[in-house]
Design a binder for this molecule. Structure first.
Ligand SMILES: CC(=O)N[C@H]1[C@@H](OP(=O)(O)OP(=O)(O)OC[C@H]2O[C@@H](n3ccc(=O)[nH]c3=O)[C@H](O)[C@@H]2O)O[C@H](CO)[C@@H](O)[C@@H]1O
Length: 364
């Protein structure tokens, strides 16, 4: 199969695409893949690192208010559709897949106009702007939450789950925490604010560090690349005990996750797919800055199933973060029950199911 795939901006759109590529190449070692992203998004760093052919187009998002920038956006969109058409003519894909972000809008739209089979993958419970637009043109729409179904043209929708779920369950334990300098025989809490870090989660964690230093459990705190230097400067003279580790980013999250006892983090859809696939107890602090408050809706589906706790960002302080973490990290029974509920929501065959959708449109 010749797969052209596009998804960009944040990890939540990129990692599902990479997981799908991995599953395809495992199934069909002769498969050819071209990834199209932007040169500014996180994808420009992570995709080439995996040895995947990567091409870029220039595009920007619409401003919500009326602005001259929007004319530039329309012009850039039309231009990027032209660039995408050139890439498609040269690569000759059997299928073009979009996993969200503005860049996938141009690529998948161009493919649909050229009558190439197209599929989009929606990770969230509330549908993103780009996928909403593309839903009118594509052949199939793969979803990860049942609640997304009614927001799309019904006949095109297939429930597959998020391919990242399958990727993380297939990883064997590798003593990844030890490689980061943590012990391998203590329960470990992972704190991170999505793929780009979250200032508020970082501030609350920083406040809690003197206490975390004294806990019987370990903490792995991932700040997000752009926040790291400033956070370490603010940490100043505060010493870190051996049970607390701070890093800017985790390159190989699937290797870390099986060794994690509980997570405190945002409620991005791809993080949730990982948490449920592996059955990891979690405290979710939804980002209030995303379209239609979709992270709260993502998180609520877990909370309703007894699979996670929700703490509103407005209520997050050093003390409330510590109390929430202690309630899980100091109580193995609470973790066990939450883990079992989380796992019931997992979709560990998602990548294979999405591959079947791709095959069905190629054959048609
Ligand atoms: C602010 C924003 O717009 N967030 C959106 C974005 O979140 P974001 O990009 O944060 O996405 P998610 O939380 O869904 O996924 C983050 C991904 O990055 C990985 N990771 C994270 C940190 C790290 O150090 N290393 C690493 O590999 C995680 O394992 C996960 O695979 O896309 C999601 C999926 O469409 C949406 O639900 C989120 O609302």
């Amino acid at each position: 199969m010749r797969l052209m795939i596009s998804g960009g901006g944040t990890g939540g759109h990129i990692y599902p695409a990479l997981a799908l590529i991995e599953a395809l190449q495992a199934q069909d070692p002769t498969a050819e893949v071209l990834y199209v992203g932007t040169h500014r998004g996180l994808e420009s760093r992570i995709v080439p690192e995996r040895g995947i052919e990567f091409k870029t187009i220039k595009i920007q998002g619409f401003k919500r208010s009326l602005s001259l920038q929007n004319f530039k956006t329309i012009w850039l969109f039309l231009k990027s559709v032209g660039t995408a058409r050139r890439y498609i003519k040269a690569f000759k894909p059997d299928v073009v897949v979009g996993t969200g972000g503005y860049v996938s809008g141009a690529v998948v739209f161009a493919a649909s106009q050229m009558h190439i089979p197209t599929v989009i993958h929606e990770q969230n419970s509330v549908v993103g702007v780009t996928n909403k637009f593309l839903s009118h043109f594509v052949d199939r729409i793969a979803i990860s939450f049942e609640s997304a179904r009614s927001q799309f043209p019904e006949k095109k929708v297939v429930m597959t789950g998020n391919p990242r779920a399958q990727q993380v369950v297939n990883i064997k334990r590798t003593a990844a925490l030890q490689a980061l300098g943590l012990a391998d025989d203590q329960p470990t809490a992972l704190i991170f604010g999505g793929s780009r870090g979250a200032a508020r989660i970082n501030a609350a964690t920083l406040e809690a560090i003197p206490e975390l230093n004294q806990r019987s459990y370990q903490t792995l705190f991932v700040t997000g690349q752009v926040h790291y230097d400033q956070l370490m400067a603010k940490l100043g003279e505060t010493k870190l005990a051996a049970n607390v580790k701070i890093v800017p980013y985790i390159k190989n999250m699937p290797a870390i996750l099986p060794e994690i006892a509980a997570i405190l983090g945002r409620a991005g859809a791809t993080s949730i797919a990982e948490i449920t696939a592996l059955g990891i107890p979690s405290i979710l602090v939804p980002s209030p800055y995303v379209t239609n408050d979709h992270q709260t809706k993502n998180a609520q589906s877990l909370v309703d199933a007894g699979a996670a706790k929700l703490v509103k960002e407005a209520d997050l302080t050093g003390a409330s973060l510590l109390a929430a973490l202690d309630s899980l990290m100091l109580h193995a029974d609470a973790r066990e029950s939450m883990a079992a509920h989380a796992k019931q929501l997992g979709q560990p065959a998602a990548a294979d199911q999405l591959l079947q959708v791709l095959e069905s449109v190629v054959k048609r």
